[in-house]
Structure formats: C-alpha cells, structure tokens
Design a protein around this ligand. Sequence first.
Ligand SMILES: CC(C)(COP(=O)(O)OP(=O)(O)OC[C@H]1O[C@@H](n2cnc3c(N)ncnc32)[C@H](O)[C@@H]1O)[C@@H](O)C(=O)NCCC(=O)NCCS
Ligand SMILES: Nc1ncnc2c1ncn2[C@@H]1O[C@H](COP(=O)(O)OP(=O)(O)OP(=O)(O)O)[C@@H](O)[C@H]1O
Length: 198
Amino acid sequence: MNKRIIGLTGGIATGKSTVANYLASAYNLPILDADIYARDAVSVGSPILSAIAQRYGSEILLPDGNLNRQKLGEIIFHRPEERHWVESLIHPYVGDRFLQEIAESSAPTIVLVIPLLFEANMTNLVTEIWVVYCSESQQMQRLIQRNHLSEEQAQARILSQMSIQEKRTFADYVLDNSYSVELLLKHVDEALKANSSK
Ligand SMILES: CC(C)(COP(=O)(O)OP(=O)(O)OC[C@H]1O[C@@H](n2cnc3c(N)ncnc32)[C@H](O)[C@@H]1O)[C@@H](O)C(=O)NCCC(=O)NCCS
Ligand SMILES: Nc1ncnc2c1ncn2[C@@H]1O[C@H](COP(=O)(O)OP(=O)(O)OP(=O)(O)O)[C@@H](O)[C@H]1O
C-alpha cells in the first residue's frame, strides 16, 4: 500500500504546530518537522555551521559555540540574498533527512511539517497538501505575541515567505484557523477522514 504523506504548511505562526500536536496526540501519527532538521543542520561541529561562521564571522556564534539564531535571523530576514545563501546550504540537508526518515518508516500515514513547502520546492515529498490559514492580521498578532517581536521584525519574517493567501490556492485542504482552536481541530478531523491524493 502506498504511504499517505501529508505536507502540513502555512505561514509563520498560522497554527501548524497546533495541528501537528493534535495529529500526534489524538491519532498517534508520526510527525517529521523541517524546523527540527534545520536546527540539526547547524549543530555544533557541522560543516554548515562552519560555513556560516566563515561568512559572518565568529560573532554569529554564542560563547558555547552554538549558532546565535537571533543574529542570523536579523541578517536573513532583512537581506534576501543572504537568506538564499543560507537556504542553499540548509534545504538540501532537510530534504535528505525527510527522504531518509520516510524510507525508514513503516507507518501508513506520516505528517511532514514544512513551513517552506512551496518556497523550498519540497511538494514532491508529499502526497497531499494541507495549508493552515488565518488572516494576515491574525498571523501578525499571534507572531508578535508568541515570539515577543516588534511589528517590524514580525513583518520582515512574514514578508520572507510566500503570502498565506497564495499558499492556500495550492492546498488540497485549507484548515481555517481564523476562529477557535476547537474549530480548527474539527477541520483536521475532516481532512484526515478524506483521502485526497495528488
Ligand atoms: C534564521 C533562523 C536561525 C532563526 O531561528 P529561530 O529560532 O528564530 O526560528 P525557527 O528556526 O524556529 O523558525 C521559525 C519560523 O521562521 C520561518 N522561517 C525560518 N527560516 C525561514 C526562511 N529561510 N524563510 C522564510 N521563513 C523562514 C518559518 O516559518 C519557521 O517555522 C532559522 O529560522 C534558520 O536557520 N532559517 C534558515 C533555514 C530554513 O529555511 N528553515 C526553514 C525550514 S526548512
Ligand atoms: N485559533 C487560535 N486562536 C488564538 N491563538 C491561536 C490559535 N491557533 C494558534 N494560536 C496561537 O498562535 C501561535 C502560533 O501557533 P502555532 O505555534 O501552532 O503556529 P505555527 O504555524 O506552528 O508557527 P511557526 O511557523 O512559527 O512554527 C501560538 O502562540 C498559538 O498558541
């Protein structure tokens, strides 16, 4: 039987983790997360972290040798050419990790959480696409509140991604998170019951 591989995406802070946590706890589905692999890619001693430190100087590292994520964020969310350079190192690593984990899994349904599913051309990894959607003003408000960012910092992150309006046009399922979490999770139940495939 072919695996069902759900690509869960959306804009930053639209609700992907809320959906993924529910799929794990209520349905016991395995969750693979691009943000976690992207963190692994820059672990201490990794070739990618060395390349980053060579380009931006050792000030991009914390005293313990870990990446100063806030500093790199300030660079890449304001300078698209630097973002593309960092992505060209990290995205192939993330793609390879997904392929490896999918191949090793015997689960019939797997969930891939990929914030940059479209931007990083990873749609070929999945058999269906779910987009978690909320309005841009809600997205902004939730991001500022959760990450304690200024409006300008939040805006820079949102503008580094394809707009949520555009993302929703590529979805097999749009999970509307404009209202309560309870309602969002009802949409998740429905999407999981339906068996759409590309
Ligand atoms: C710049 C970094 C160090 C900031 O780290 P920080 O801990 O503040 O954020 P975190 O990694 O948890 O990401 C939070 C969210 O930011 C957004 N985001 C991250 N990278 C990018 C990017 N290159 N372009 C647009 N949005 C991005 C995503 O929605 C992600 O879910 C980090 O995001 C990073 O290394 N980004 C480059 C790698 C990448 O593209 N990762 C995305 C997953 S493939
Ligand atoms: N329906 C909702 N109403 C109010 N707040 C919500 C709702 N859904 C999620 N949130 C809150 O919005 C924030 C973003 O949600 P979540 O972390 O699930 O998004 P995400 O898409 O995984 O974010 P990221 O892209 O940064 O990983 C969280 O603080 C969460 O508690």
